[in-house]
Design a protein around this ligand. Structure first.
Ligand code: AMP
Ligand code: ZN
Ligand code: ZN
Length: 385
């Protein structure tokens, strides 16, 4: 059989028949770190693979164990989630994902009594990268009937950006949804790689600041009520651990699935996937037939978030649910102290260059952009913003 591993990519030939569990053992792969796809279907550890099988093994992070029939309808399960001590068939797994998103929207951490992340009257903008999380989020919200458009930011990272943009466009077309696109080079005069080469800070730092700015700018300029991102449980737990390890008090104070906006200049931001793991989101895309970009950003090497994720995976494998306990436990405690915190936006002024909210004279994005443009050769396409 031919086994194609994705992320990192490799191809292996094995002789069969073998069960999925045996195949993974031969490849020295921990079952709970991957999703196995055979004939377009997600398969579990006891599924038999014939000698001529072609199998894809997708790396995803988070914990798993055996469980082979759907907890709702008892037909064979396609995914298990030890954190919930459950396994599901495709239809009931989709329901599970929708239920978790519903719970985040209606009763998520950081919401006051009766408050929701957003309502059916709100115009929502979801930032889509072409990856599994943000496309799955868009898909779930469309299915739940929300008014939600997409935003893709072209970061100029070669073929990776080209494929990501294509994937978002195809998804939007398939769902008949509206996708906004902003190209960083066309609109702001630099790409993530060119900016990072002269900005004197990490690639992910330049990229993150640029994305956050563009997300907010589009949301505000186009009159959206709420900006959504696809951050999942693994992302949030890893960020939390990183912030705890370095005691970034300011970031810890702001970490959460809901960030309120500032009077028409800063959109409210929400993360409706914070209750769902990376592995669940990958499985959702496979079950729903959503084509997503599996490859990782080629510039991400050395990004410290990966270390935190790897460390949490080791803990999760030994104690399923420990990631969620860390994150939700923190958010529970944060809610208890929130009442005494100063209201956000109290000391926020306007950037002298672009008018967007900032606590300094010129916002961090405009300062970074000025440094980058001063050091880069002038591009003919650079538009004044
Ligand atoms: P990341 O910072 O790459 O982990 O991505 C976090 C979230 O930011 C994703 O789930 C998306 O919602 C959003 N995002 C990342 N990259 C892009 C992009 N190029 N365009 C639009 N949204 C993005
Ligand atoms: Zn079922
Ligand atoms: Zn500015």
């Amino acid at each position: 059989m031919i086994v194609r591993m994705r992320n990192p990519d490799a191809t292996h030939q094995l002789s069969g028949p073998l069960s999925v569990g045996e195949m993974l053992e031969r490849l020295d792969v921990l079952p709970h770190t991957v999703l196995v796809i055979h004939d377009g279907e997600l398969v579990t550890a006891d599924h038999e693979l014939p000698d001529d099988a072609e199998v894809e093994v997708r790396s995803v992070i988070s914990g798993g164990a055996a469980g082979s029939s759907c907890v709702v309808c008892r037909v064979p399960a396609v995914i298990e989630e030890p954190r919930h001590r459950a396994a599901w068939c495709p239809d009931h797994f989709v329901e599970h994902v929708q239920r978790q998103v519903r719970k985040a929207i209606d009763h998520g951490h950081g919401l006051a009594d009766g408050e929701r992340m957003f309502s059916y009257d709100d115009r929502l903008l979801v930032a889509v990268s072409g990856g599994k999380d943000s496309l799955a989020l868009w898909d779930v919200l469309l299915d739940l009937g929300y008014r939600v458009d997409g935003l893709y930011v072209g970061l100029g990272i070669g073929g990776y950006s080209a494929r990501s943009g294509q994937t978002c466009r195809r998804f939007a077309e398939r769902r008949g949804a509206t996708l906004h696109e902003v190209d960083l080079a066309e609109t702001y005069g630099y790409t993530t790689p060119s900016g990072a080469s002269v900005a004197g800070r990490s690639t992910c730092g330049v990229c993150g600041l640029s994305k956050r700015y563009v997300f907010n700018r589009v949301a505000v300029d186009q009159g959206y009520d709420v900006l959504l991102t696809g951050h999942n449980l693994d992302d949030e737990a890893a960020t939390l651990l990183g912030n705890l390890l370095r005691w970034h008090d300011d970031l810890l104070a702001r970490q959460g699935p809901v960030l309120s906006g500032v009077d028409g200049r800063q959109a409210r931001k929400c993360k409706p996937l914070y209750r769902l793991s990376e592995r669940e989101m990958a499985a959702y895309c496979v079950v729903r037939g959503i084509d997503y970009v599996v490859e990782e950003c080629p510039l991400v090497a050395g990004n410290s978030g990966h270390e935190q994720k790897a460390a949490l995976d080791v803990l999760e494998a030994g104690s399923p649910g420990v990631k969620a306990q860390l994150l939700f436990g923190f958010l529970d405690r944060q809610e208890r102290v929130a009442a005494s915190a100063p209201s956000p936006g109290a000391d926020v002024g306007s950037c002298q260059r672009c008018g967007m909210p900032t606590t300094t004279d010129v916002c961090a994005f405009c300062r970074q952009r000025e440094r980058i443009l001063a050091a880069l050769p002038v591009l003919p396409s650079r538009a004044a913003v």
